[in-house]
Design a protein around this ligand. Structure first.
Ligand code: FAD
Length: 293
C-alpha cells in the first residue's frame, strides 16, 4: 500500500487544480479518476480565461500533462469504491493510504424525459446559460423545465435572446406576474405538455408538443436535476445538504477532519470550470497549511 499526503478523487478542473498546487507545495499527491466528466457531451467549453472555446477533454488533458511533470504527483485512471477513516482508499487499481483526502467527483445529471434530447445534448441542447448562451444571441431558443425557478431562469436567458419560448411541460410553475414580466422581455410561456425535441444533422429544429405541433427553435436550454454519487464516501459519515452535496467551510474542509471537498459536488452545485479550478487552488492551500498542524 502506497502512502500519500493526499489522495484526490476526481480529475476535473477542481481535482487537477488542487493536485497541481499541492505538488508545487511539495506534497505527495495521488489523483484517481474514472474519466466520466459530465461535460464530455460538449465539444466547446466557454468562459475559462485563456481557454475560451477549448474542448473540455483537451482542457483536462492539458491539466494532466502539467501535473505529471511534477515527480510529487501521480494520476491513475481508476474508480474509487471506498474511503475508510484514517485514510484507506480502495480503488480499481489497488489500495492507497493518505493523510488527507479530497473529494472532487462532480455530479451526475438527470435530464428531462425527452426521448431525442440526448443526441443533441452539448451541441444544440444545453443546461448552462453562462457557458453556451452567447452562441444563441438573438436566435429563437427554448427553455424547458418544471422547476420552481423556471421563470427566474427564463428571465436570465432573455439576456441572450428575447426570441424565447418557455415550456412548462404542463407544470404550474410560472405565475401571472412572472409571465407578464417575461412578456415585457419578449418571452412567451407555453403551458402545453412537451413530447420531444425535433432535429436533423444541423441540430435541434424545434420543440414537439404532445398534440403534435412543432414550435421551431434553434436551440434548447433544459433544467436537469442532479445527484451527487458518493456511496464510496459513506464510511466517512460526511455532513450533506438537502440536495446531497458535501457541506464544507469556505476553504473546502468537510465535516470529518482531514476530508476536503470542492467543485460541483459542494453547494451550490453545478457552476463553471474556472470556479471549480479556483476552488481547487484554495483547498490545496488550506490542506497544505492543515498538514503542518
Ligand atoms: C454539457 C455541459 C457543458 C458545460 N459547458 C461548460 C462551459 O462551456 N464552461 C464552463 O465553465 N463550464 C461548463 N460546464 C460545467 C463544468 O463542466 C463543471 O462545472 C465542471 O466540470 C465541474 O468540475 P469538477 O471538477 O467539480 O467536476 P467534473 O469536471 O465533473 O469532474 C469530476 C470527475 O470525477 C470523476 N469521478 C466521479 N466519481 C468517481 C469515483 N468514484 N472514482 C474516481 N473518479 C470519479 C469523474 O469521472 C470526473 O472525471 C458544462 C457542463 C455540462 C454538463
Amino acid at each position: 500500500m502506497s502512502q500519500w499526503d493526499a489522495v484526490i478523487v476526481g480529475a476535473g478542473p477542481a481535482g487537477l487544480s488542487a493536485a497541481l498546487n499541492l505538488a508545487r507545495a511539495r506534497r505527495r499527491v495521488l489523483v484517481l479518476d474514472s474519466n466520466r466528466p459530465r461535460n464530455s457531451a460538449t465539444f466547446h467549453a466557454h468562459g475559462f480565461l485563456s481557454r475560451d472555446g477549448i474542448s473540455p477533454l483537451e482542457l483536462r488533458r492539458l491539466g494532466r500533462e502539467e501535473l505529471e511533470a511534477y515527480p510529487e504527483a501521480s494520476y491513475e485512471r481508476s474508480v474509487v469504491s471506498s474511503i475508510e477513516p484514517g485514510f484507506t482508499v480502495a480503488h480499481t487499481g489497488g489500495v492507497a493510504s493518505a493523510r488527507a483526502v479530497i473529494i472532487a467527483t462532480g455530479l451526475r445529471e438527470l435530464p428531462p424525459a425527452l426521448p431525442s434530447l440526448r443526441q443533441f445534448y452539448g451541441t444544440s441542447a444545453h443546461s448552462c446559460m453562462e457557458c453556451d448562451g452567447y452562441e444563441y444571441a438573438d436566435r429563437p431558443i427554448a427553455l424547458v423545465g418544471e422547476s420552481d425557478d423556471l421563470a427566474e431562469r427564463a428571465l436570465l436567458l432573455s439576456q441572450w435572446s428575447r426570441d424565447l419560448v418557455v415550456f412548462t411541460n404542463g407544470a404550474d410553475v410560472v405565475d401571472a406576474a412572472s409571465e407578464a414580466r417575461l412578456a415585457e422581455r419578449g418571452a412567451r410561456v407555453e403551458r402545453r405538455p412537451v413530447r420531444d425535441v425535433a432535429g436533423d444533422r444541423s441540430g435541434i429544429t424545434g420543440v414537439v408538443l404532445a398534440d403534435g405541433e412543432v414550435v421551431p427553435r434553434a436551440g434548447v436550454f433544459i433544467r436537469p436535476d442532479y445527484e451527487a454519487v458518493l456511496d464510496f464516501a459513506d464510511p466517512l459519515g460526511l455532513a450533506r445538504d438537502a440536495h446531497g452535496l458535501i457541506v464544507t467551510d469556505p476553504d473546502g474542509r468537510a465535516s470529518a477532519s482531514g476530508v476536503y471537498a470542492m467543485g460541483d459536488v459542494t453547494p451550490p452545485g453545478p457552476q463553471q470550470l474556472i470556479v471549480a479550478a479556483g476552488m481547487g487552488a484554495r483547498v490545496a492551500a488550506a490542506l497544505n497549511r492543515d498538514l503542518l498542524g
